[in-house]
Design a protein around this ligand. Structure first.
Ligand SMILES: *Cc1c(COP(=O)(O)O)cnc(C)c1O
Length: 389
């Protein structure tokens, strides 16, 4: 009984959190103040985030899913409009499209070595109903944005980025999230920057930003905080909005996490580079993005691709027995029950191959040298004993 309900104790978990006294102090300061919901601390977090990304505006929201939903609401989608997006993503990417009444149209990924949405696949799916292209920078590595930007411009379709994996990732000198009209981030607990739950939308467009600020707070034209600060103006409601606000407790955490983000990303890259070096010689293993040099990723996760789906269970089990936790990013969205019902018979061959052969290895900034060495050693022996036999 007890052993069943106990969480597994991993020698190396997939991900680990480490909050320092500076995060605890920042949160405590807000709790001891007289304002804990969305206020000045959230404004500071937004302006710092915008500054680090080089975007004009950043609008903090309750989650990455809320960011995606609001970004799409801001595009005035109508029922039966189409949004082209990857199936190789977290389910929230496509769910956010469905919330608006529009229809996700799934495009395949480029290859198992470049598991980001394929520009050719996008172009083949464009119809008069296509109202947006929603890309996702898998693992924090930028999509083929030159090609996607060019075709989007040719067809006059806005590009929205699901940059949940990609805070501070770079593409041709610009940050991920600033490469399209709107960029969406998640600050869920396992992301590179966390506020426990939270999200952000960035944009250079003044009108979009103003509208997103109203939409996240019931469509109201002024905020409780403005009235608290002395504004006498009553609020009006301009359109149907949501309660997707962030709060100052989370924003305080976000400010400290943002200060650490580039160091943490640098550490993630060192670990990912150590893995790449150690696994380079393993016959048949595909390490996505190696040799592409399309930009600087934020190394959100470390994916490895097995030569065949049949190899995965044994490989994962060997790692589990040696205390190494793994995951799969992602089971393709179109293969979930709910989506199978909407898209019976849809096939995305490259996405399906990737989804059945991928294994995500542990990667987090506070990994110790011993943990890194253990993972590399266990993966190498698993490969020799279970995969290459
Ligand atoms: C985490 C994530 C989301 C959703 O973010 P939440 O903050 O959990 O709502 C969306 N898309 C991708 C790619 C993600 O990784």
């Amino acid at each position: 009984m007890e052993s069943d309900s106990k969480p597994a104790v991993w020698k190396v978990p997939l991900f680990d959190l480490q909050m320092s006294p500076s995060e605890v102090d920042a949160v405590a300061r807000v709790l001891r103040s007289n304002w804990i919901s969305m206020g000045e601390v959230t404004e500071t977090f937004e302006s710092e985030f915008a500054r680090q990304l080089g975007s004009r505006h950043a609008v903090a929201v309750a989650s990455g899913t809320a960011a995606l939903h609001l970004a799409l609401v801001g595009l005035n989608l109508e029922r039966d409009d189409e949004v082209i997006c990857p199936s190789l993503s977290f389910v929230a990417t496509a769910n956010a499209v469905l919330y608006t009444g529009a229809r996700p149209v799934f495009a395949d990924i480029a290859s198992t070595a470049d598991p980001t949405i394929s520009p050719q696949a996008i172009e083949a799916l464009i119809t008069p109903r296509t109202k947006a292209i929603l890309v996702m920078h898998y693992a924090g590595y930028p999509c083929q944005m030159d090609e996607i930007g060019a075709l989007a411009e040719r067809h006059a379709i806005p590009v929205v980025e699901d940059a949940a994996h990609a805070p501070l990732a770079e593409y041709r000198g610009k940050k991920a999230g600033t490469l399209g009209l709107l960029g969406c981030f998640s600050f869920f607990s396992n992301k590179n920057l966390t506020t426990a739950e939270g999200g952000m939308i960035v944009t250079d467009d003044d009108e979009s930003a103003a509208r997103l600020r109203r939409l996240r707070s019931h469509g109201m034209t002024t905020l409780s905080y403005d009235r608290y600060r002395g504004s006498a103006s009553p609020y009006d409601v301009s359109e149907l909005g949501f309660n997707y606000r962030m709060d100052d407790v989370r924003a305080a955490l976000g400010i400290v996490q943002l200060e650490k983000l580039s160091d943490h990303n640098r550490r993630r890259k060192e670990i990912a580079d150590a893995y790449r070096e150690a696994f380079r010689q393993l016959p048949g293993m595909t390490l996505p993005f190696v040799g592409l040099e399309r930009g600087q990723g934020s190394e959100h996760i470390f994916p490895a691709v097995l030569p065949a789906p049949e190899e995965r269970a044994g490989f994962v089990d060997y790692l589990r027995q040696h205390g190494v936790q793994t995951s799969v990013h992602y089971p393709p969205i179109h293969q979930f029950q709910m989506y199978r019902d909407i898209y019976p018979g849809l096939r995305l061959p490259v996405t399906e191959t990737f989804g059945s052969c991928e294994v995500t290895l542990p990667l987090f900034p506070t990994m110790t040298q011993e943990q890194i060495s253990w993972v590399t050693k266990v993966v190498q022996s698993a490969w020799m004993e279970r995969v290459c036999v």
